[in-house]
Write a protein that binds this ligand. Structure first.
Ligand SMILES: [Zn+2]
Length: 226
C-alpha cells in the first residue's frame, strides 16, 4: 500500500489523470449518455434534459452541435474535458445561460455535481449552423452561438416585455413557475400557468409580448434558431 501511494505521488497529476482516463468508459454521443434524456427532437433542434444527482458524474460524452444550456437549479459543478484534468467547482443557479460554440467537429467532456442538490439543466442543440445567419433579431441578445440567439426576459410581478417578433423558429422555456400571459399586436392574448422547466417549440413567425401576471418573479428564456 505504501509503495503504491509513493508511486502516485511520484507520478503526480498526470499519472492520476491517466489512471482515471483508463478506468472511465469510452465517450458516448450526448444523446446516448444515460442521464441526458431527449425530451424533444425534430429536424431542426434537439432538447435534452439532464438531471445529475449530487455527487455524481455524467459519463464522458461528445457534443457534435453547438449547444445552449439553460440551468434550472442551484448547485456547484465541475467540467472535465476528455484527456484533461477536472476543472474547478463553479456555482450554478436557475436562469444561468451557457453557450457552447464548437471550435472543432466535436467536444467531449463530463460534468461532476460537487454540490448538495441535483444539477438540473436543459440542453438545446440546433441541428445545423446556417450558412447565412438570419438578420432578424427579436430583442437584446443574452447569449449566442453560430446557430442560435438567446433572449432572456426577467419579469417582475406585473412586468411585460417589449413587443417583439420571432421570424425564425424558437424554443420558449420557463425558468421559473410563472403565470404567463402572451399578447399579440391585434389584442389577442392567452394565459398559461407554467412550471420551471416547461418549454415549447414554436415555428416563426410570431409577434408577441410576455407578461408576468402572477405574484412571484418570473424568467422566460427564448432560444431562437439563426
Ligand atoms: Zn418572444
Amino acid at each position: 500500500m505504501k509503495s503504491k501511494l509513493l508511486f502516485i505521488v511520484v507520478l503526480g497529476g498526470a499519472g492520476i489523470l491517466a489512471a482515471q482516463q483508463a478506468s472511465a468508459p469510452a465517450p458516448v454521443p450526448v444523446e446516448s449518455e444515460p442521464l441526458h434524456k431527449v425530451v424533444f427532437k425534430n429536424d431542426v433542434v434537439t432538447v435534452m434534459h439532464l438531471i445529475l444527482p449530487p455527487g455524481e458524474r455524467t459519463q464522458y460524452h461528445t457534443h457534435t452541435h453547438d449547444r445552449i444550456a439553460v440551468t434550472l437549479s442551484a448547485t456547484s459543478t465541475t467540467n472535465q474535458k476528455w484527456n484533461e484534468a477536472e476543472g474547478s467547482a463553479a456555482p450554478t443557479k436557475p436562469g444561468d445561460i451557457g453557450a457552447l460554440t464548437l471550435a472543432d467537429a466535436s467536444y467531449t467532456h463530463r460534468v461532476h455535481n460537487v454540490g448538495s442538490t441535483a444539477f438540473d439543466v436543459l440542453d438545446i442543440e440546433p441541428a445545423q449552423r446556417p450558412a447565412t445567419p438570419s438578420p432578424d433579431v427579436a430583442g437584446p441578445v443574452a447569449a449566442e452561438t453560430p446557430s442560435a440567439r438567446v433572449y432572456n426576459w426577467v419579469l417582475a410581478p406585473g412586468a411585460t416585455s417589449p413587443m417583439h417578433t420571432h421570424v425564425r423558429p424558437y424554443i420558449i422555456i420557463s425558468v421559473t413557475e410563472l403565470n404567463l400571459k402572451m399578447s399579440s399586436p391585434d389584442g389577442q392574448s392567452g394565459s398559461h400557468q407554467v412550471k420551471a422547466g416547461d418549454f415549447h417549440f414554436v415555428e416563426g413567425k410570431v409577434t408577441h409580448n410576455l407578461s408576468n401576471v402572477g405574484a412571484t418573479p418570473g424568467q422566460i428564456v427564448e432560444v431562437e434558431l439563426k
